[in-house]
Design a protein around this ligand. Structure first.
Ligand code: ADE
Length: 446
């Protein structure tokens, strides 16, 4: 018997051979969207930059150079740049899609890592960083927010080679902040005396190792000047649980003098580092073409893509509807992640769309959110600046049947913990309208 379908309108944007999906992160100048290749079905992340702003900042050559270098970097622990596309007004950097979230969120949720687990990530970090350095690619902004995890729980460093981009272009609300404190930055970078990218990146790796094992930062002060002082002098204290091997290595990395700081070659020989270390295996890189990079600003329309928007009615059967709804989504049973990701949350309601929208609005306001509404979409912008900038959440209400609505909440930018806190508060306000499944608290509700 054929299943009766439910029709709803979905807007779809296609760029080149990709259908754009949800926003993964959003900043003032750049956006990262999830996308799917229309032929292979492969998921990717696409970083979208505004061409005009790059031209205005006279960054064309630098960006072309950086993107070309990025294309040369192929390492299992580095987010791979797949291709670059350009439309008349935008640049699309197509990146490998990474599913495991940020390493930092793992620490934020579970607290500090065991020494063995911290060592495993540190070994992968050094492996990837040293590989990039051997190709003259430096990160210059290594911090836990740039460390993603893949489905197997291995590290994936994002944004390697985008260091020539001014901060506002790198910022995507997910991985960087323009006003973050320089907790991971080497003393010589702060002093701006000219520095080597390699030794400065290693300092950041040392701070990251400390954070993984301690669960907090080695250098943290209420004022920026006090923080600088601590960093210049490499003044920090040892948590009692740090082993002497870890202490010895960290003190050699957090050496304020870049000339005497330990090098990657010396780190590989360190006893604490060596425990259980196996270098990543990977294929020799194939030939890389730079035609797409050259075409970005060439003015020729030959290689250009266009953003095509199309609204199509989508018919979902009950099975698809259920699989879109997290409360009944069985896929979590098959995933290895212990904590379900809640950055994207759906629930259903039998109340009218108007009522749902106004309930969300009412629940969001006391939490200090600025609410923008358009049709059945809303954008909620937090007014407090968090660890990763302002929390921004989008919601959309879909009519899936005449008396059944699906509400989708999605974090665009800001800190995951703040979002979880926001979601908990919001769902309290929504209790009466939620019909099925609150993933924060298990399947429940009337
Ligand atoms: N957010 C930013 N870049 C990403 C990527 N490559 N994969 C998944 N999420 C991301």
């Amino acid at each position: 018997m054929a299943t009766k379908g439910i029709t709803t309108n979905l807007e779809r944007t296609r760029v080149g051979k990709y259908d754009l999906g949800k926003t993964l992160g959003e900043g003032t100048f750049a956006k990262v969207k999830m996308a799917r290749h229309i032929e292979t079905g492969m998921n990717v992340a696409i970083k979208i930059l505004d061409k005009e702003k790059i031209l205005k900042h006279k960054m064309v050559e630098q960006i072309k150079r950086e993107i070309s270098t990025m294309k040369l970097v192929k390492h299992p622990y580095v987010v791979q740049l797949l291709e670059v596309m350009a439309s008349r007004t935008k640049i699309y950097i197509v990146l490998e899609y990474v599913t495991g979230g940020e390493l930092f969120d793992k620490i934020a949720r579970q607290g500090r890592l065991s020494e063995d687990e911290a060592r495993k990530y540190f070994q992968q970090l050094i492996d990837a960083v040293d590989y990039c350095h051997s190709r003259q690619v430096y990160h210059r902004d290594l911090k836990p927010e740039n460390l993603l995890l893949d489905a197997k729980g291995n590290l994936k460093i994002s944004d390697f080679g985008l260091s020539a981009l001014p901060q506002q272009f790198r910022e995507d609300g997910l991985l960087h902040t323009t006003c973050g404190t320089p907790n991971y930055v080497a003393p010589e970078v702060i002093m701006d005396k000219g520095y080597s990218g390699a030794t400065a990146d290693l300092w950041s790796c040392g701070v990251i190792l400390y954070v993984l094992m301690a669960g907090y930062l080695p250098f943290e002060e209420p004022t920026i000047m006090a923080l600088y002082k601590k960093i210049y002098r490499a003044q920090f204290s040892w948590p009692t649980w740090f082993s002497s091997g870890a202490r010895k290595l960290i003190s050699k990395i957090l050496d304020p003098n870049p000339r005497t700081r330990i090098t990657a070659a010396q780190i590989y020989k360190n006893d604490w580092f060596k425990k259980g270390y196996t270098p990543a295996k990977f294929d020799r890189e194939a030939d890389v073409s730079f035609d797409d990079v050259d075409a970005i600003f060439s003015g020729s329309t030959e290689h250009m893509v266009t953003e095509k928007k199309e609204t199509r009615p989508v018919t979902m059967n009950a099975f698809e509807l259920i699989s879109m709804s997290q409360g009944l989504n069985l896929s979590s049973l098959f995933e290895t992640k212990e904590v379900p990701e809640k950055e994207d949350t759906r629930f259903t309601s039998k109340k009218s769309a108007k009522e749902i929208i106004s309930t969300i609005e009412e629940a969001a306001k006391p939490l200090g959110f600025n609410v923008q509404k358009k049709d059945y979409k809303m954008k909620l912008q937090g007014d407090k600046l968090g660890r990763k900038g302002h929390l921004s959440v989008s919601t959309e209400v879909f009519e899936v049947a005449p008396s059944l609505f699906m509400v989708e909440l999605q974090k665009n930018s800001g800190d995951t913990l703040e979002y979880n806190h926001f979601y908990k508060n919001l769902s309290k306000g929504l209790k009466d309208i939620v019909w099925k499944a609150d993933p924060a608290e298990g399947v429940e509700k009337k």
